[in-house]
Design a protein around this ligand. Structure first.
Ligand SMILES: Nc1ncnc2c1ncn2[C@@H]1O[C@H](COP(=O)(O)OP(=O)(O)OP(=O)(O)O)[C@@H](O)[C@H]1O
Ligand SMILES: [Mg+2]
Length: 253
């Protein structure tokens, strides 16, 4: 049984087939790359895995359980988290607050507890705070915890997004172009960081246009073009695959 298994997944928007009959699987502690030219269907696949889009056809299984068409908040509960291609932070909140928001979906307190600020509530707050600091330490943002998110560098904001996703304590992390807009130093640091995610038992599916990053950290890579999977294999296999070269550089390359 795979940790995540995707069978014949398809998404159509009117006449456009954005994702076409995709098979894909991921296992524990794998870092998997998902690459392909603009409009290939990569983000649409993430949107289906996370329940934001309902597949036109096909199935999704998480640890053997059919999760096709399940609501996004349930997908989070099950253990799948994501970051977005466009940064989605609360810029007027602090770094710590942004992570706490991610944690709040996980607590067991109810509205009554929150209004009365009773012992259960205060204990949960303490636990959440401790956990948020731990996560910020993992991504290297602990020292910046009280900074407004809008004051972070681009690379730091991307890391904060990952921190917030990790707050739900996921088994699978989907990263949509985490290195976009980063400079070389930030990308190198992010590369090291993503590698360490394996130590926390995470499986990572990484959409990324930075080929050096992908080839550097992914054990297996899937390549999409126009919604279809055109190749899968190790970084070495992908680099010499003629269809992949053509998809990126055009025929005759
Ligand atoms: N909600 C939507 N409604 C209509 N068409 C959509 C929708 N979402 C995506 N598409 C289309 O589906 C195709 C795949 O888009 P998608 O965003 O998945 O590509 P991508 O591989 O993530 O590209 P990029 O590398 O540019 O982010 C595109 O043609 C896009 O315009
Ligand atoms: Mg995309």
């Amino acid at each position: 049984m795979h940790k995540l298994q995707i069978q014949g997944l398809t998404k159509r928007f009117g006449g456009l087939t954005a994702v076409n009959n995709i098979d894909l699987h991921m296992d524990d502690n794998e870092i998997i790359g998902l690459i392909g030219p603009n409009g290939a269907g990569k983000t649409t696949l993430f949107n289906m895995i996370t329940g934001m889009y309902i597949p036109t056809s096909g199935k999704l299984f998480y640890q053997g359980q059919d999760i096709t068409g399940i609501k996004p908040y349930k997908i989070t509960d099950i253990g799948i988290a994501r970051t977005f291609q466009n940064i989605r932070l609360f810029l007027m909140m602090t770094v710590l607050e942004n992570v706490l928001i991610g944690l709040h979906t996980r607590t067991n307190t109810n509205l009554f507890d929150a209004i009365t600020k009773n012992k259960r509530y205060r204990n949960e707050e303490k636990t959440s705070h401790k956990r948020a600091i731990e996560i910020l330490e993992m991504v290297g943002l602990k020292e910046r915890k009280d900074e407004y998110s809008k004051n972070l560098s681009y690379g730091e904001q991307r890391k904060l997004e990952i921190a917030r996703a990790m707050a739900s304590n996921p088994g699978i992390l989907l990263l949509d172009e985490p290195a976009a807009g980063m400079n070389d130093n930030e990308t190198a640091e992010l590369t090291r960081f993503i590698k360490t995610l394996k130590n926390f038992g995470l499986t990572v599916l990484l959409i990324e246009h930075d080929m050096r990053l992908v080839m550097n950290i992914c054990e297996r890579i899937y390549v999409f073009d126009h919604g279809s999977k055109i190749a899968e294999g190790s970084p070495k296999e992908i680099q010499k695959n003629q269809q992949v070269i053509e998809a990126y550089l055009g025929k005759g390359a």
